[in-house]
Structures are given as structure tokens and as C-alpha cells.
Design a protein around this ligand. Sequence first.
Ligand code: SAM
Length: 470
Amino acid sequence: MKPLFTLPESARETLLRRYADRIEVNPSLSRALVSYQSNRKRSNYRWFKYKEGFSASLVEYLIGRFQLVDGVVLDPFAGSGATLFVAREHGLPSVGIELLPVGIHAVRARLAAEQIDRREFAAAVAAIAAGKWKVEPDPTLSFQHLRITVGAFPDAAERGLAQFRTYLRDCISSDEVRQVLDFACFSILESISYTRKDGQYLRWDSRAPRGLPGKAFDKGPIAEFETALLARLREIMEDLDEPALFAKVSDSALPRLDILSGSCLELLPSLQAESSDALITSPPYCNRYDYTRTYALELAYLGIDEQKLKGLRQSLLSCTVENRSKVDWLHTFYAAQRSPGTLKAALQAFEGQEALQEVLAALERKASRGELNNANVPRMVRNYFLESAVAVFEWARILKPGGQVALVNDNVRYGGEEVPVDLILSDLAERAGFTTERIWTLSRGKGNSSQQMGAHGRTELRKCVYIWRR
Ligand SMILES: C[S@@+](CC[C@H](N)C(=O)[O-])C[C@H]1O[C@@H](n2cnc3c(N)ncnc32)[C@H](O)[C@@H]1O
């Protein structure tokens, strides 16, 4: 019997139906592969735990699937540079853009490590192991805390940091050796602190003198400065001694690796049209994750003060509830570039994406009824897609015809409203001139949060790698 009436299909259902035959579970992708996990034991990639990174093995897999044997690889959200370094190992030149000085520091340290005189480095590490670094600390080199990092280190660790930095300045003459030693020190900050990078913020151990309200938290052993530093230095030495690092590069000259520091919204327009052959990246997810809080220790170490921190937070691709609109800035910026066409086309695509407009309207309604746990969620979601649209239109300009894109991202849900990030971004990409070839998902997605599951029942959120072709 025919039903008396049927509800009209929602824009999200229509979009899902359009893509259904291209969404497929890819058994080659595991959670470990699309996250940093698989890097933990991998030479050179294990020096700095960039939790938001993806694994070198994933980039290798994608380069293989794309059958990339030459051409430039672009990563506009380069993080600590997995895409760039794997491309380099395969003889491919690469260009990366990264906003946070954290990733930039990691990439530059690895480049310095390639240039290092091994014997000189080994001698410096031996001197450090012998305790030569325990000099009188210069007070001007003491840790310059941000408000949210005050009290993050035990006193001995904080003194160790100042001593070590004084030693580097006064006693290490080679720039590359100093840079790698400094990076080793930078890379252990979390392990010697009372904090742990957890979810959206830094989580504080109950042993920290600054008694924070909330649940007691024990991060486990807090490493001692000297022990952690020496362990990292030994790891770096071991990796630098590996003979086959660039075995896949036939030519003795390493391919170019350019890392540009700043926002991709500002830097992409300066890249030449049709100058890249592939793009492998993972943008911030639309999940309220605040990189500037999570990496506050590392940012403070790199000399970022309160004002710069706020600037970085606002420059993030909108992914926190604090991000304000960049639309006015985008208009002024593109007008000054004399290329308002790309922005106009991206904004039109954004406004015309029905499923997105449906999500935004639903979220606004929920916010006005107080049904979201933060009233700025609709603004974040709106700006996330608006800025992503601009980035995607730039990628379409920069990639050569036939160029391939792999993008790692998670879907999200707020107040029970599913945001099909994969489908919306793929549709925006098609409006920019891409074809969506596949939306690969991991075999099991994840719920947004335990709170959401309780209130709205558990439905799986896709965790995806999208494959587009220009
Ligand atoms: C998911 S992570 C990418 C990690 C990277 N795939 C790796 O393996 O290290 C997203 C990165 O985008 C960066 N980011 C956020 N907003 C940005 C912007 N406007 N321009 C450039 N990078 C940005 C963040 O700092 C973060 O490092």
C-alpha cells in the first residue's frame, strides 16, 4: 500500500543520495594511519608528537594511489610537515603552508637536521650528556609564560629550560646544531610539564600548584628535564644515522621543500595558477579544537605573547567558538589583490549550498532556543565552510588539470544536527571545478561526544578521506 503522504526529502538527504555510490569503506585506512599514531616509531617523524598530524604511511599510501612520480605536492595545512617530508623521500618537490609557529619550527628543525654535521652533533650531545649544559641561567632566557601556561612546569624543569637555552646561546656555535638541540628541548615541553594535550584544551594534572577546579587528573609520570632531553637527543642521533633515509630519491639532490609561514587564506592567492600536481592535507576539523590553547606551552617557548596568541587564534581557519567572521577582511584582501573573482565565486558557492544552509538554519534555531551548549556554534560552522570554500576555490586555481586532492576530515554533530562535512565540502569542490571520485571512510566512525550520544542516540559520524580530481 502506498503511504498517504511522504515527507519531502531534506537537503542533506538529497546530498547523501547524490554521493551514496562514491562513499565507501576503505579497509586500507585505519585510525592509526589517519592519525599521528603510526608515526610514533617511525624515524624522523617521532621527534615531535603533533597529535593532530596524520601518519607518514598515509601520505605514502596516497602518493602510491595517485601514482605520483613527479610534480609538486601542496599541503595548505602542513602541521609538522608529514606530507612535505614524505613527498621529499619520494623525490617530489613540495610546498607547505602552516599558520602556527609550532609546525613551522618542527619542519625547519628537520631541514636543519638534514644539513647537520653528524660528528659535530654527536660531540654536542656527548657534552650535554656529560652535564656541560648546567650553567648559570640568564634570567632574560627564563620561560616567558602566557596566562594559560603559568605554573605548567615543576621549578626544576623551568630552571633546566633556562639553563639549557643559555648554554645553547653561549656555547654552541653551529646554527644547525643549535637549531636541532633547541628543537629537542621544545619537543619535550609537554612531557616535563603538569599538562597534557587533551581534547580542546590543555589538561592540568592535580599535582600542579595552580589548583584548578574540576575533576582530579593524573597524567602519569612527569619526566625529569635532563632524562627527557637526553632520550630525545639519542632518538634524533639514531635517526640521523639511518643510511636509507632518502633511498627512494634517485638523484643525489633533494627535491625542493618550501614551508610558508602564515594563514593559507592569505598565502594561497600568491601561489601561481596550475603550479601543483597534487594536494594532500588535513584542515582543522569543525570541532571546536583550539590549537592555540593546546599548543600554548610550545607557543610560549617560541616567544608568542598574549597579543600574538589572540592574533593566531583569530587567523585559524574558523574552528573554535571564539573565531569571528573574516568576511570583511577577505573582501578587503581580495580587492587589494585585484582578484575578487575567486572570492565572489567561493561566496556564491557557499550561499548556494542547500544542505549547508539547512544545517545553519537548524543550528540557529537550536541556538535561539538555548539548545546548543555554546551559542557561537552556528557562527563557527558558518565561517568554517565560508573560509573552506575560499580555500577550495584557490586550490582549484592552483592545481593543474587532472591534479588530485586527498583531504582528511571528520564529520561533526551539534545539538543532534549532523553536519555532513564530507558531502558539503565535496559539493563546494565540485562547484570550484573538481570531481569527487571517492569519499573513503574508516570502517568505524565515531560519535561527537558522550553527551551527544546520550541525548541523541549514537549514529556514526563518518571519518573520511575525500579524493577529488581537478
Ligand atoms: C589537522 S592539522 C594538520 C596536520 C598535518 N597533516 C600533519 O601531519 O602534521 C591542521 C593544521 O592546520 C593549521 N591551520 C589552522 N588554520 C590555518 C590557516 N588559516 N592557515 C594555515 N594553517 C592553518 C593548524 O595549525 C594545524 O597545524
